[in-house]
Design a protein around this ligand. Structure first.
Ligand code: HEC
Length: 245
C-alpha cells in the first residue's frame, strides 16, 4: 500500500470520529458514520438471532413465528433506539436506502431459512448468528456492492477468510497493545477504486465457548472443531468496505 496516499485514523466512538474529521484531511467522518451504522445494523440482527436460538432449536414445535418481518421490525426498532434514526420515515437520512437494503438482506435471510427454522422434530439446526451474518453480508453485497462480513484469523467458513488488509488489522487487534474494542478505519484503494474500510473487533464471551472454546480441536455441536478460545480472546471482526465517490 502507498502510505503517502492514505490518510487513516484509529477511531473509537464519536469523539475520535470528530478528531478524525478535524485531523485528517480528505477523510469524511460522514462515511465512517455510515460504516458504523451498517455494523450496528448487522450486530442488532445477530443479537435478535441469539435471542431466537432456543426457539429455533426447539424440537417440540414446527411453526416458530420467527419470520423475516419480525427480524426487520426488530432491527428497525432497535436501530432507532440506538441512533435516533427512524428508518420507517422515508429518507430520514441520506443513507436510508443503503440502511434499508441491509435490513432487507437480514429479512431475506430469515425468510429463506423458514423451512429450516420451522422443521419439527429436530433440535440444533445450524442456523446460528454467524451463519445469519455471513448470508446477510452476501445478500447485501449483491444488492449494493458494499462488502460486509464477519471475519477472523482462524476462520471456519472459507467465505469469512480475511483478505490481506483484514488479516493485517486482525493481527493488530490481537496485539495486547491495541486498546480493546477500538475500531479501525482507513481510506484506501481496492481494485483501483477509493474505499473506506472499517473493522470492528469482537471478543469471545462465555456464550461463544461451547463452540469456539476448549479443548481445542474437539468437535462442537455444529460438527466444527473448537478453536480453544478463552473468554476475552479476540474472536474476529466485522469488516465493511464502503466504495467512495
Ligand atoms: C453453535 C456454535 C457457535 C457458537 C455458540 C458461536 N459460534 Fe462463531 N461460528 C460458528 C460456526 C459454525 C461458524 C462458521 C459460520 C459460517 O458458516 O459462516 C462461526 C463463525 C464465527 C466467526 C467468523 C469467522 C469464521 O470462523 O468463519 C466469528 C468471528 C465467530 N464465529 C465468533 C463468535 C463469537 C464472538 C461468538 C459468541 C458471541 C460465537 N462465534 C458463537 C459456531 C459458533
Amino acid at each position: 500500500m502507498n502510505a503517502t496516499r492514505l490518510s487513516w485514523r484509529v477511531l473509537s466512538g464519536v469523539t475520535a470520529m470528530a478528531l478524525a474529521l478535524s485531523a485528517s484531511p480528505g477523510f469524511a467522518a460522514n462515511e465512517a458514520e455510515v460504516a458504523e451504522h451498517l455494523i450496528d445494523l448487522v450486530k442488532i440482527g445477530r443479537s435478535v438471532m441469539s435471542e431466537q436460538m432456543a426457539n429455533i432449536n426447539d424440537a417440540s414445535k414446527a411453526d416458530k413465528g420467527f419470520t423475516g418481518d419480525y427480524m426487520a421490525a426488530q432491527v428497525i426498532e432497535r436501530f432507532k433506539k440506538k441512533t435516533k434514526i427512524d428508518l420507517r420515515i422515508p429518507n430520514a437520512v441520506p443513507q436510508s436506502g443503503l440502511y434499508l437494503a441491509l435490513v432487507e438482506a437480514e429479512k431475506d435471510v430469515v425468510d429463506e431459512a423458514q423451512p429450516i427454522i420451522n422443521r419439527a422434530g429436530i433440535g440444533f439446526k445450524g442456523f446460528i448468528p454467524a451463519v445469519f451474518a455471513r448470508k446477510t453480508g452476501e445478500h447485501f453485497f449483491k444488492k449494493t456492492g458494499v462488502k460486509l462480513k464477519l471475519t477472523g484469523i482462524d476462520y471456519r467458513n472459507v467465505n469469512n477468510r480475511p483478505d490481506d488488509f483484514e488479516a493485517e488489522v486482525l493481527r493488530m487487534f490481537n496485539d495486547p497493545r491495541h486498546p480493546k474494542g477500538q475500531t479501525y478505519v482507513r481510506n484506501t484503494m481496492l481494485d483501483g477504486k477509493p474505499v473506506l474500510r472499517m473493522m470492528d473487533p469482537e471478543y469471545a464471551g462465555a456464550s461463544c465457548l461451547n463452540c469456539h472454546g476448549t479443548p481445542k480441536g474437539e468437535k462442537d455441536v455444529t460438527g466444527g472443531r473448537k478453536e480453544g478460545w478463552k473468554e476475552g480472546d479476540l474472536a474476529g471482526a466485522i469488516s465493511v468496505v464502503l466504495p467512495l465517490k
